[in-house]
Design a protein around this ligand. Structure first.
Ligand code: K1U
Ligand code: ZN
Length: 193
């Protein structure tokens, strides 16, 4: 297993469509293991292949200590709507409130290449949608209002200087607990980003 570099906003790979995996090989299982190791080291709850510079349709999620692997995931049903805060390991220090379907059904292949379907709600549903978006070249900032997107872009101009060539190096044991943030929605005239 290996901790891989994480690509940050500005790297074109984050905006590309991924390619479905034709069959689940040892190489894909290696990628899955590396995604988990990198996600743990970075302190995240999910990670998708493009975030480590790969173009396969593969992502991992771990919410409530339940590791889940999604190979060729497709969200086949969405219900209701919920708004909550998101962050992204590829856009460190930027957070924003995102509206998404509150419950979903996702269909994917597991580590052995067997198909499964999963019903998800709450943070798990949010995280799966965030990762499937990565596989489609989408980022959570795309859902922010114009005002909040502009504010995020200004903050990112300063942050991105920490990442030469849009590469974030992850050291073993560097994961830090996420700072607790206000749940109060920020008014449009007072951007939090
Ligand atoms: O894909 C990623 O960039 C990982 C991302 C997943 C995610 C977080 C929050 C909501 C949806 C998806 C992270 O793990 S960011 C770091 C994190 O642990 C976190 C941030 C905000 C809320 C909850 C967790
Ligand atoms: Zn992300």
């Amino acid at each position: 297993m290996a901790i891989l570099d994480i690509r940050v906003l500005g790297d074109p790979v984050l905006r590309e469509q991924t390619q479905p995996v034709p069959s689940v090989t040892d190489e894909i299982r290696q990628l899955v293991d590396d995604l988990f190791e990198t996600m743990h080291a970075a302190g995240g709850i999910g990670l998708a292949a493009p975030q480590v510079g790969r173009r396969e349709r593969v992502a991992v999620v771990e919410v409530d200590e339940q590791p889940l692997i999604f190979i060729n995931p497709e969200i086949i049903s969405r219900e209701s709507s919920a708004r909550d805060e998101e962050g992204c390991l590829s856009i460190p220090e930027i957070y924003g409130e995102v509206d998404r379907p509150a419950t979903i059904v996702v269909r994917a292949l597991d580590r052995e290449g067997h198909p499964f379907e999963l019903n998800a709600a709450g943070l798990l549903a949010r995280c799966i949608q965030h990762e499937v978006d990565h596989l489609d070249g989408k980022l959570f900032i795309d859902y922010l209002s114009l005002l909040k997107r502009r504010s995020a872009a200004r903050k990112w101009e300063d942050e991105v200087e920490k990442y030469p060539n849009f590469i974030r190096k992850i050291e073993p044991g560097q994961a830090t607990p996420r700072k607790s943030r206000s749940r109060k929605p920020t008014p449009e005239h007072e951007p939090e980003l």
